[in-house]
Write a protein of this length. Structure first.
Length: 402
């Protein structure tokens, strides 16, 4: 991978902040965008603005074509057919679409975990408020799951298992394939929150054997406001739309309506065309480099990050110490220092990290960190030199203030 060439594609990386170089280590929150994504989105606004599936003119037709191409690209990226992709605003909306769309009866069981992001937890709490029973599989203190623990929780009335794929806190990846097999053997459906996995390594939804998968465009070089729900076609057909309106119906009277076929019935109103087209361009960009190469590159820089953090005595790293078991982010706490203070001091030195709960309250409480952690999250545009400088700066801050 040619890191200099990659960095040259990102307009924001050509800039300085307060006259100095900066390091963006917050890609688990949202990623920077390459010129190719911005150009594709801009083309929609400057060359052919229209609505798909409505008007018959040339701009509308072009929008329809580009929108369909984007769906095919997003689908191919996870080895799904385009008919099984629904556009959403983000991962959060994708999970809510399933939580609100599936019919749960009182007493139906939903199993999830203590490692979930709020987006993978709160929608199920809302379903539980209407009578479903929510139960949890707990991870180890390092954020790892034993598939057997899922087996123990599954019973006759379990309708769905919802699990995070890669954690935005512990950097661990759940054994989704095994979990899916166990859940299916017990007659339950499986949803995976892949917000932190789809951007970082090759994903094949068919080989994972899951029923629903959610991801966000903005965490994989695409724009904000666009994401995907993958769902098995027979299951998508059974989802009750969360929103109704333009293009979701074949026909309507004053009293009733007939729902459209997929995907329109689940995509109400004018869609985020520029967003979907931008996500398609992001998929082209990532695929052009190769997801396996991206994963290998990230492992390399993550190794330096993890080893650097482990070498600072005051730092406690969340998740496994073995970099091979981790993704490209590292959350940590520092003895005697508050997470936000550390992030602010790093910000003063132009290192941009996230601090706090990272929308994952239960796991931080489980780990005894009520104020959360600091998180450095890397992506393909970060360099080994940046990681080295970061470790040096963090060490200096800790020496001075702890
Ligand atoms: C693991 C995980 N799931 C879900 C989300 C929610 O993503 P979005 O805000 O794009 O819906 C995030 C975002 O940080 C995440 O890290």
């Amino acid at each position: 991978m040619n890191i200099e060439k990659i960095r040259a594609d990102f307009p924001v990386l050509q800039k300085k902040v307060d006259g100095k170089q900066f390091s963006y280590f917050d890609s688990a929150c949202t990623t920077l965008k390459p010129r190719q994504v911005l150009d594709a989105m801009n083309a929609y606004y400057t060359e052919y603005t229209g609505c798909a599936g409505r008007s018959v003119h040339k701009f509308a037709r072009r929008t329809e074509e580009e929108f369909a191409k984007a769906r095919s690209k997003a689908a191919k990226f996870i080895n799904a057919p385009p008919s099984e992709i629904i556009w959403t605003k983000n991962t959060t909306e994708a999970i809510n679409l399933v939580a609100h769309g599936l019919k749960f009866n009182p007493g139906d069981r939903i199993i999830t975990t203590n490692l979930e992001h709020s987006s993978g937890l709160l929608p199920w709490q809302a379903v539980a408020e209407k009578g479903a029973v929510l139960d949890f599989v707990l991870c180890s203190k390092e954020g790892e799951f034993n598939p057997e623990d899922f087996k123990k929780k599954l019973g006759r009335k379990t309708r769905l298992v919802s699990a995070i794929h890669s954690s935005n806190v512990t950097a661990t990846t759940s054994p989704l394939k095994e979990i899916a097999k166990i859940a299916h053997d017990a007659g339950a459906l499986v949803l995976a929150d892949c917000a932190q996995s789809v951007p970082h390594f090759p994903i094949d939804v068919k080989s994972l054997g899951i029923d629903f998968l959610a991801f966000s465009g903005h965490k994989m070089l695409g724009p904000t406001g666009i994401g995907c729900l993958y769902g098995r076609e027979d299951l998508l057909k059974k989802l009750n739309p969360m929103l109704l309106g333009g293009e979701t119906i074949k026909d309507a009277t004053l009293q009733a309506h007939v729902l459209e076929d997929l995907p329109d019935r689940l995509e109400a109103g004018i869609q985020n065309y520029a967003g979907a087209i931008g996500l398609g361009a992001a998929v082209d960009y990532l695929s052009g480099i190769g997801m396996q190469d991206i994963e290998d590159y990230e492992k390399n820089i993550s190794k330096a990050l993890v080893e650097g953090l482990l070498a600072i005595p005051q730092v406690s790293l969340l998740g496994p110490k073995d970099f091979k078991k981790r993704g490209s982010l590292a959350s940590f706490s520092v003895k005697g220092m508050e997470p936000h203070d550390i992030a602010l001091m790093l910000n003063d030195r132009n290192f941009f990290l996230r601090s706090g709960m990272h929308c994952a309250y239960p796991i931080h409480k489980f780990l005894g960190l009520p104020k959360g952690s600091v998180r450095a999250s890397l992506y393909l545009y970060n360099s080994a030199d940046e990681v080295k400088l970061f470790i040096e700066n963090l060490s200096q801050i800790i020496k001075t203030f702890s």
